[in-house]
Ligand binder design. Structure first.
Ligand code: PTT
Ligand code: SF4
Length: 607
């Protein structure tokens, strides 16, 4: 195979062995890499119903056929496992030199299985694997851990690290790289922690696999130049994703006070303009043509790398209207290895529960100092409150009850990313049908939606959600490059098809791959949940029940029946029945007939 290394590195910590396996070419063609390869491996290898934090879970680290080659933003990887936060399929997409080094070590993917009895870190240098004691690293934050490992291995390695949150199995612990890249929202850091792996350090010294066409480098360089020539490029370099704060305020979708409102009085104190003024440097993933990591100094004069989601969730959503305070909370999350979206949502939920008298000695809106204390408490699991909130909003609300489920902002257990959907039914559908829970990564339909008829519950909107899911979740997550050149500055998708063809010699069947991957992920959830309900594909109750109380869209809320109609259209277009279960005919058409047996054991399949 051209473009792929065609090899997988498997490390079993329980038996202390590792070995290299060839990847079946038909799997690479049909599932490509990244998320596609990950879900295929998890479906095939995980027994049904395992505890995600047991040694039976497997952590998949997967690159794709363009990873590392010259071209726009090819330095990312997917990290996936059965999620301890949702109980379904979980993944994240992280920028790290580990992606390029993995491929230069000769692998498209790596599986970590079993568990070590003691804290360890893993060092991979080409085929050589060493599992080393990590007693002196265990308990350290991700920044200190990176410094210590760099003092041993130098700068020419890639690293994936967990913080105390991952060690303590916090359900929304992530994996961190480069002191500010964080991936694996649905608890991939906790899965790594359950295996007692503090860090993975990779050094690859081999050439990347031969592409099918030597013109690949030329196409990649031309694509980089085309990105730099885009009209929006200069503005992007100044503000990156943080400009979304002002846009979200204008569109009344900026999550505010636990998604009660879509506008925040102090948005301009935490927005893109403020970030631009405060910026001290910019960071990026490998091979990035348009760096988006805007670094500012926080309250303690330390560096903190900001993106839109961090600002909205640790700012407006919890009532903090000061950039240095937001940056401080963000840095703590990065050091602890906590997902900022889930953290901001959980803190917002706890603030509302405190206000309603459901939590004693909780925390007040806007109190960043208490929010910082609680963040550290969650990461270290010190008190009852920290342990409660470490479960995420679904777990915490089901534990304390009292109606708190009604303001727990999640879908399938994953906290909603930073877009309020009281007046955005298309985005609500995108969150509710995202294959990992309420993440925006699969379909950020909201910018299109607010420019068109945002109040419509139309079939067109449903088809737009699917179109975006297939490109974003079904292409960028399987090829594993960063989608921002396309989304944010308008780089044409054709560049990616050309690069894929030059790397692999194959024409991309986008629809086929995306539908196959989406349907296999759906099958995985059904197998793990032991059935399915439309409620799982329905957004949080708050957006239906509690209208916006102020702003230009005052009174707006979602219509439940109209939403359910959209969901029915969604299922039809995906070839799933009205319960949300893939039809037999769909499974067979997509080459997924092999799941029928397992799926048929938990639910009746229809033709
Ligand atoms: C992503 C999610 C996002 S999406 C953000 S900000 W965003 C939050 N960032 C966090 C952070 O930082 N620290 C922290 N402790 N937790 C964080 N949680 C949140 O994680 C990220 C960028 C961004 S910035 C976005 S939109 C794009 N996401 C991509 C994606 O999902 N797929 C893809 N093919 N390309 C993408 N490009 C962009 O990558 P998750 P990263 Mg992230 C400080 O991982 O789990 O998907 O969650 O990986 O390297 O940090 O890049 O306004
Ligand atoms: Fe990484 Fe941002 Fe560049 Fe994408 S745009 S590759 S997320 S630095």
């Amino acid at each position: 195979m051209k473009g792929w290394t065609g090899r997988l590195l498997r490390i079993n910590l329980s038996i202390g062995k590792h070995w290299v396996q060839d990847l079946d070419p038909s799997i690479l063609i049909n599932y490509v890499g990244g998320r596609g390869l990950a879900v295929k491996l998890l479906w095939d290898e995980l027994p049904r119903g395992i505890d995600p934090l047991s040694p039976l879970n497997k952590l998949i680290i997967a690159a794709g056929p363009l990873t590392g080659y010259p071209g726009p933003n090819t330095g990312k990887l997917v990290i996936a496992a059965k999620s301890p936060l949702t109980g379904g399929y979980g993944d994240g997409n992280i920028g790290s030199w580990a992606s390029v080094h993995l491929r230069k070590a000769g692998f498209d993917a790596m599986i970590i299985e079993g568990a070590s009895s003691k804290p360890v870190y893993i060092y991979v240098e080409n085929e050589g694997v060493e599992v080393k004691p990590a007693d002196d690293l265990w308990g350290l934050d991700t920044f200190t851990t990176e410094d210590k490992l760099r003092s041993i291995y130098g700068s020419n390695v890639g690293m994936l690290i967990i913080g105390p949150a991952g060690e303590n199995l916090v359900r929304f612990a992530t994996v961190v790289a480069q002191k500010g890249r964080s991936g694996g929202r649905p608890g991939m850091g906790a899965v790594m922690g359950s295996k007692r792996v503090k860090a993975i350090v990779i050094r690859g010294t081999k050439p990347l696999p031969q592409p099918a066409d030597q013109a690949l480098s030329k196409i990649g360089v031309e694509a980089d130049l085309a990105a730099k020539a885009k009209q929006n490029y200069g503005f992007w370099l100044r503000q990156g994703t943080t400009a979304t704060v002002e846009w979200a305020q204008e569109a009344s979708v900026l999550p505010t006070l636990n998604y009660r409102e879509g506008q925040f009085d102090y948005y301009d104190k935490i927005g893109g303009v403020m970030v631009e003024k405060s910026n001290v440097t910019t960071r990026s993933c490998p091979n990035c043509v348009m760096p988006c990591g805007h670094v500012v100094k926080d309250l303690e004069d330390q560096l903190s790398e900001l993106d839109y989601e961090n600002i909205a969730m640790l700012g407006s959503n919890i009532g903090v209207g000061n950039l240095q305070e937001v940056a401080y909370l963000n840095r703590l999350a990065d050091m602890m290895g906590l997902d900022t979206i889930s953290l901001g949502s959980t803190l917002g939920w706890a603030m509302e529960a405190t206000e309603r008298g459901l939590i004693k000695d909780g925390l007040e809106w806007g109190d960043y100092r208490r929010a910082a204390e609680v963040t550290l408490d969650i990461a270290h699991q010190r008190t009852e409150l920290g342990r409660l909130l470490g479960l995420g909003v679904r777990g915490a609300s089901s534990r304390i009850g009292g109606g708190s489920e009604g303001f727990a902002m999640h879908v399938k257990g994953l906290e909603v990313s930073a877009y309020d959907c009281h007046a955005a039914p298309g985005m609500a559908l995108a969150f509710a049908t995202s294959p990992i829970g309420a993440h925006h990564k699969d379909a950020w339909v909201i910018s299109w939606e607010v420019q068109t008829n945002r109040f419509a519950y139309s079939r067109d909107k449903v088809l737009k959600v699917i179109e975006l899911q297939n490109i974003r979740g079904g292409w960028f997550e399987v090829m594993v490059g960063c989608r921002l050149p396309w989304v944010e500055i308008g780089l044409e998708l054709d560049w990616y098809w050309r690069m894929y063809k030059a790397a692999t010699g194959l024409d991309l069947d986008l629809e086929g791959v995306a539908n196959r991957v989406y349907t296999l992920i759906r099958a995985y959830w059904i197998r793990e949940y032991g059935g399915w309900s439309r409620d799982y594909d329905t957004p949080p109750a708050r957006w239906f029940k509690d209208p916006l109380s102020k702003g230009p869209l005052k009174g707006s809320r979602l219509n439940y029946d109209a939403y359910q109609q959209m969901l029915t259209w969604y299922y039809e277009a995906r070839g799933w029945d009205e319960r949300g279960i893939p039809r037999r005919s769909t499974l067979r058409r997509l080459g997924l007939g092999y799941v029928e047996g397992d799926l048929g054991k938990v639910i009746e399949l229809r033709d």
